[in-house]
Design a binder for this molecule. Sequence first.
Ligand code: T1G
Ligand code: NAD
Length: 706
Amino acid sequence: MATDTVSTPVTTRRHGKVLVVSVDNPPVNALGVDVRRGLVSAIDAAQSDDAVAAVLIVGAGRNFIAGADIREFGKPPLPPALPDVCKRIEACSKPVIAALHGAALGGGLEVALAAHYRLAVNGVKLGLPEVQLGLMPGAGGTQRAPRLIGAGPALELMLSGRQVGADEALALGLVDRLGRSDDTLAEGLAYAQELLAANAPVRRTRDAQGLADRDASRAALDAARADVAAKSRGLFSPQKIVDAVEAALELPFDEGLRLERTLFQQCIASPQRTGLIHAFFAEREVAKAPETKLAQPRPLASAGIIGGGTMGAGIAVAMLDAGMTVTMVERDDDSLARGRSNVEKVYDSLVAKGRMTAAAKAAVMARFSGATAYDALSQADLVIEAVFEDMAVKKAVFAALDRVCKPGAVLATNTSYLDIDAIAASISRPQDVLGLHFFSPAHVMKLLEIVVPARVNADAVATGFELAKKLRKVAVRAGVCDGFIGNRILAVYRQAADHMLEDGASPYQIDEAVREFGYPMGPYQVADLAGGDIGWATRKRRAATRDPRTRYVEIADRICESGWFGEKTGRGYYLYAKGSRSGTPDPEVFAIVDAERKRAGITPRIFDNAEIMRRYLAAMINEGANVVHEGIALRPLDVDVTFVAGYGFPRHRGGPMKYADTVGLPQVLADIREFANDDPLFWRPSPLLVDLALRGKDFDSLNQAA
Ligand code: T1G
Ligand code: NAD
């Protein structure tokens, strides 16, 4: 065994004639500056050591290399740049082999592509996910990948950002060999020995012939360009990726590399990069709630669901998909049968689409059982209540759970608005009660608000976060208030939209402005999708406590009074032709709006889309600041993740609070103060916003401080 040489986090060790270069930079071996320097030194060492005939690059820990160090972006770049590191690896005159396990993503895959041979073991995840960060491969990936696997497959990988496993990587030609075991080092060394024994030459990817069929490459480029134009909805980097791959086809390698660099710098400079990287890290920060550091989660093998309606059934599917055992309790046999069929419907449609076998469905449903008696839940680790949004009904359910559930069972409610402290106080074990607020459809929507009442134990909250991980949800910790984080803020910016509607804008123009901003849908399309009856019930419930001085727009009530609840009734704000999910403007809605304006004595005025968004976002940001100020959300980034994961806020803008920072808090505050001239009661600047603007701080300063 030869001696160790050069610096950490990259170490080298000679195994016979093979120099093993090991990257060890926890947690994911990101290509920070020390790793880059270490790789260059290692190749230089190999180059100058006659005893070395080949180089094997491996990653220590769970991954090969998960890419460039994302935390370095936006900071002054330190040499060597990653493209130069890759060039150095590729130029090595001795065969360089990369042995891949775990994540080999972004710059990590680019390092592997610069190597001359690639081996992967089972469980590997290869990909070029830069587009998900508002970036593009910037270390040769756009030039080497198309040459290795062809323009079509390379474009698909870079534009989707998806990860591929070992078998697909081999089929694509991304790797040359699959290891028989998961001992990456041993498999890599064996492959290196075999190559040496076969006198395998240095094989540079820059010379690979994946682009030889120009017509096919051109066709793939044209298809990708059309796809990006149709689907990228204003995203910046997808276009740059296509431009770079076009350069791979049209330009010599080194010129293509130079153009890639230029395009990459443009992506770095784009605000979308800032927004998407903020979203990446924010989603990881929200999972680190104080309670998860204080306590270990309780067991989570079996769960009970009370209520098999829209939410109960969706939550049951999410849990079954995560491998849990689920018992649903309903009021009576008919309701239970309906609940079971709501669950089965999801799997039947997967079977019908060929995305699930009947046997797999049967195996999943074998973990599902139903009952009308609560005793069936005596051994459940966790029970989630999703019955009617009525305090008396919910308290009765919790009384029953208090009676039958085992000590230590976590008792959760999926209520959207009701006071969870009151529910907890109604039973003998408030320390086990918390809110688990899913979003519809619960087996699809990523967001899960974990609502923390005053008397809950930390391990019950930690169990909520553990459940979120198990269900692959993005969990955000929220305090108890009317509507928690999401629905509370939604109610305010929806009011701002209704004010503009009554003052002269149309629901269709408002939806258009919101879509232009990057949302998939506007607020009136969302209302029609969710069903106007739910909001109507909430408004009626709130009527008794509404401050009579505040402005109340009755247009939505008029529409609901007509029985128009949206898609489920064929009309709401839009008209829906039979079987169609896309609505058309409804002349009768215009009539209702005109009548309400007359009743309110309002002369309509013109709004342009820019003003619509200034008002819509100012309301959202201001209430977001109130939610942080009151401690309902721990930090501004918790509000951002809530809206990106659960309310369609465009991810490339990072979230409402991040967006506010890009606009500048003084500007947001100025807007609110301008709007307050007409309605000082609605537009009351949040004390937090005023304070931060005064001190020249932004919301991100609070994220850093936490
Ligand atoms: N840079 C810096 N930190 C990173 C990182 C990265 N690339 N990847 C992960 N982390 C941190 C993360 O914030 C967390 O920190 C911890 O590692 C564990 O991550 C030139 C431009 C690899 C699949 O997009 O997809 O290369 O919260 O919780 O679930 O072309 O992390 O503990 O403090 O996610 O096991 C391209 C991003 C970069 C991959 C592991 N690469 N990472 O998942 O753990 S751009 C990526 C992931 C690039 C070049 C370009 C996942 C993972 P903390 P985790 P995980
Ligand atoms: P739903 O009307 O579709 O289903 C409620 C189910 O509860 C019905 O099947 C009913 O039979 C059952 N039920 C009522 N009383 C019961 C009892 N005592 N024991 C057992 N079962 C009983 O309602 P939903 O939309 O699924 O909403 C359920 C809860 O989830 C509500 O608190 C709601 O506010 C909340 N929520 C709804 C949404 C949404 O978009 N629908 C989103 C988040 C949260």
